[in-house]
Design a protein around this ligand. Structure first.
Ligand SMILES: [Zn+2]
Length: 269
């Protein structure tokens, strides 16, 4: 599943070819992904000029000079292909500039595409209640300390709550808690401010490293220019049940909220 680093690398890859360009042709090849494509998408985007690309959590944003922003989510298996040699059955949206062709390929169709008014993006239902960006200035130890205050829920689960911090996926929560030496099972309200001050740079480091590696999803991911993504990114704990930790302990896998957590009980207390 594309995580935040894959979306960031996708946006950076698309921006190289798309930013400032006019969309000469926009084609929908089916009516829906997880939900229907906006009815006016083709009409509003054909002829529009792209004015900037950015990311919010795991959503990619393509701004235009028509006052409309296209917002996409890659779901479980989505990716953009740039200048594909052919258009296949899983390429559901195709856009062309003078020099390039972009295809949104999503075999499992859990992704989505929406068209929003650029001046009221923050009010969109998916964005309105979202917490700060993990790589932005608003994610601080003090913010987490306030958000966690009195909470009995495990810190691992609180970090996956989009209202507390936006777009952090399972992989990066596991890795960041490991680096900050925080036990994922511990109640959020019992995590000290000092520990949270270790956690913030840990979160940012694991994300930046993955972005630098070109995205780290385990399968179905290719960089937007068509190159394969980095499948072999080495994680410290994620997916490494029963392997030795650097501290001499053994990595353990447990279930939390229906998903796996990997951690080292020896050095994450
Ligand atoms: Zn350890």
């Amino acid at each position: 599943m594309p995580e935040l680093p894959e979306v960031e690398t996708t946006i950076r890859g698309l921006a190289r070819f798309l930013d400032g360009e006019r969309l000469e042709r926009v084609e929908l090849r089916r009516a829906n992904l997880r939900r229907p494509f906006p009815e006016d998408l083709v009409q509003r985007l054909t002829g529009a000029r792209v004015t900037g690309l950015s990311r919010r959590a795991k959503y990619g944003l393509i701004g235009t000079d028509r006052g409309a922003t296209m917002v996409f989510h890659l779901g479980m298996s989505g990716r953009w292909r740039i200048d594909p040699s052919d258009i296949g059955t899983h390429d559901h949206l195709v856009m062309e500039t003078t020099g390039h062709r972009f295809a949104l390929c999503d075999p499992r169709r859990f992704g989505s595409v929406d068209l929003l008014e650029s001046d009221s993006l923050d009010q969109w239902s998916s964005f309105a209640t979202m917490g700060p960006e993990p790589l932005g200035p608003d994610l601080t130890a003090e913010h987490l300390h306030r958000a966690f205050a009195g909470r009995k829920q495990a810190v691992k689960l609180l970090l996956l709550d989009q209202r507390i911090v936006a777009g952090l996926g399972n992989i990066y929560v596991c890795e960041a808690l490991y680096r900050a030496h925080i036990n994922p099972v511990k109640a959020g309200g019992r995590i000290s401010l000092a520990a949270l001050k270790r956690l913030i740079p840990a979160i940012q480091a694991v994300l930046y490293e993955a972005i630098e590696a070109g995205g780290s999803s385990l399968r179905d991911y290719a960089q937007p220019d068509g190159q394969l993504g980095y499948f072999s990114k080495q994680f410290d704990v994620y997916g490494r049940e029963a392997e030795p930790c650097a501290c001499g302990g053994t990595i353990k896998r447990i279930a939390q909220g229906g998903r796996s957590t990997w951690y080292c009980p020896s050095c994450q207390r």
